[in-house]
Design a protein around this ligand. Structure first.
Ligand SMILES: C[S@@+](CC[C@H](N)C(=O)[O-])C[C@H]1O[C@@H](n2cnc3c(N)ncnc32)[C@H](O)[C@@H]1O
Length: 153
């Protein structure tokens, strides 16, 4: 029984750290393109340095006609495919589109801001970002799915 419980925990933790493939994101989001025009999009379970959601929206910012893209990461400041979630600090990132003619999002165009807390989607500062957003797009942690959806509603 104890072994089952710990296997279950390990499975949840692993699924919490599953990263969505760029192909899957573009194959799904192609159906909603018209809805993004003039909108602020928030990806609130996404380390912008590794998230393909951030990649998709920043590279398609002009095509979709977005107003702003905000992403926040959770307990992590290191670039790492599998977040260790071992930092009490986190960052958020804001992109408002092409400014220097480079046609790709550059470091100078992306505003990186240190969050006060750990980037938990339930924290006050992340809820403020949620209020600013028109559309939220992410793949949240499996173990917190119910809580995540309840907050959105
Ligand atoms: C299933 S992964 C998906 C990551 C990314 N959204 C993607 O689709 O590639 C869920 C992410 O949520 C993050 N996470 C876990 N608990 C969180 C929390 N309380 N608040 C915000 N993010 C959290 C994890 O670190 C992980 O990166």
């Amino acid at each position: 029984m104890a072994k089952n419980a710990s296997l279950g925990k390990a499975r949840d933790a692993k699924e919490d750290e599953f990263y969505t493939q760029l192909n899957d994101i573009s194959n799904e989001l192609k159906y909603y393109k018209e809805h993004f025009k003039g909108k602020t999009v928030l990806c609130n379970c996404d380390d912008p340095r590794v998230s393909n959601f951030f990649h998709y929206f920043s590279y398609n910012f002009e095509t979709l006609g977005l107003k702003k893209l905000i992403t926040t990461c959770y307990k992590n400041q290191e670039r790492d495919l599998f977040s260790q979630n071992n930092s009490e600090k986190a960052i958020s990132l804001e992109y408002c589109g092409e400014k220097n003619g480079s046609k790709i999002p550059t470091v100078e165009e992306i505003g990186i801001r240190e969050l006060q807390g750990d980037g938990d989607f339930r924290s006050k500062e992340c809820i403020e970002l949620l209020k600013e957003a028109d559309i939220v797009v992410t793949n949240p942690p499996f173990s917190l799915f119910r809580e995540y959806v309840a907050q959105l509603i």
